[in-house]
Design a binder for this molecule. Structure first.
Ligand code: IPM
Ligand code: MG
Length: 378
């Protein structure tokens, strides 16, 4: 067993599958992986890495977005670090039947990853990187629980015979709402004890069931305040007064939209990590997509992937100290003034604007410092 800089008795042997996927997915997961490798080395764990195909690349090579080979690899692993899927070719041609996103959706369904956890936390250093006024943002700390395997994403969909009518069924079952609601309430108990459930119960029957079930589940958590908001009002309040939110609980489609909006509270999409969990394996990914406009330029912000790796260490492996080491290393890197272009404001000097690998290097240096308990100084 490898013995790292830090000697303790909980050395771990784990299998991690890396799914780089498409676009900047490859560039950013490379940095996330380097961080995991460094943590393994420094803390004396043994992480075995395997890579799988997914998305556009998988379609090109195998004809499907999630090959069986990838799925069986995932089922044998302890955690997954995922990049992104998507390609402009499909966005511009809605008639294509096999699409990269199907890989992600199938993976979520097959692995039972029903809870997508997206924390929106603003690093103080990035207060000015957002387009929202700093005085509105300061102190924002929101934890989203987005349901991930139901809703209009997985309901019956198709075209009527005439070809001119299309439908996507918005559907929720009681148990699907219950299990994610419990997770949200439990998380709220460890925070500011408030859950905001977001729906469209003034119009949609599936939202009325959602509201009814969330109210029932809420009774088991009397210490947590439950409030309900309609999606349209929530979208407004999120940027009007982000500090008024603690835990937000919502369905798949509303959660998809709200979390992209909320990324502006954290300064940039390039900063946001997410965890998708269910009853067993966990999948960790940045919330940004494949970003083909910047693919191959080497300028993508790797911090969301690196923070996803931190999540993986904490949630899937219970390695709190290791996870915090990564988060502190990211904080220290920002404090030292280093930025990728997406989070740089005009006060940042040119030489501090880094590319993807350089940013990864800075974080790795900080990890080594933190891990070897040296003082973090510039
Ligand atoms: C996300 C993405 C996906 C989603 C796409 C790529 C299918 O936007 O994870 O938020 O809609 O869930
Ligand atoms: Mg999305």
């Amino acid at each position: 067993m490898a013995s790292g800089l830090i000697t303790r008795d909980k050395e771990m042997k784990k299998r991690i599958t890396i799914l780089p996927g498409d676009g900047i997915g490859k560039e950013v997961t490379a940095e996330g992986k380097r961080v995991l490798q460094s943590i393994a080395e420094l803390f004396g764990h043994e992480f075995e890495f395997k890579e799988g195909l997914i998305g556009h690349e998988a379609i090109e090579k195998t004809g499907v977005a999630l090959p069986d080979e990838t799925l069986s690899l995932l089922k044998k692993s302890d955690a997954i670090l995922f990049g992104a899927v998507g390609h402009p070719k499909y966005d511009n041609d809605p008639t294509l039947k096999v699409r990269p996103e199907q890989g992600l959706l199938k993976m979520r369904k097959e692995l039972g990853l029903y809870a997508n956890i997206r924390p929106i936390k603003l690093f103080d250093e990035l207060l000015h990187a957002s387009s929202i006024k700093p005085e509105i943002l300061k102190g924002s700390d929101i934890l989203f629980f987005r349901e991930l395997t139901g809703d209009v994403y997985f309901g019956d969909k198709g075209r009527k015979d005439d070809g001119n009518t299309a439908y996507d069924l918005m559907i929720y079952q009681r148990y699907e709402i219950e299990r994610i609601a419990h997770k949200a309430f439990q998380a709220a108990q460890t925070r500011k004890k408030k859950v905001t459930s977001v729906d469209k119960a003034n119009v949609l029957e599936s939202s009325r069931l959602w509201r009814e079930v969330v109210q029932q589940v809420g009774k088991a958590y009397p210490d947590v305040t439950l409030e309900h908001q309609f999606i349209d009002a929530a979208a407004m309040k999120l940027i009007q007064n982000p500090r008024s939110f603690d835990v937000v609980l919502t369905g798949n489609l509303f959660g998809d939209i709200l979390t992209d909006e909320a990324s502006q509270i954290a300064g940039s999409m390039g900063m946001l990590a997410s965890a998708s969990v269910g009853d067993s394996i966990g999948l960790y990914e940045p919330i940004h997509g494949s970003a083909h406009d910047i693919t191959g330029k080497g300028i993508a912000n790797p911090l969301a992937s690196i923070l996803s790796a931190a999540f993986l260490l904490d949630i899937s492996f219970g390695l709190k100290e290791e996870s915090e080491t990564v988060i502190h290393a990211v904080e220290a890197t920002l404090k030292n003034g280093f930025r990728t272009t997406d989070i740089a404001d005009n006060k940042i000097s040119k030489e501090n604007i880094l590319n993807t690998t350089q940013m990864g290097n800075k974080v790795l240096q900080q990890i080594e410092k933190v891990a070897s308990k040296q003082l973090i100084k510039q």
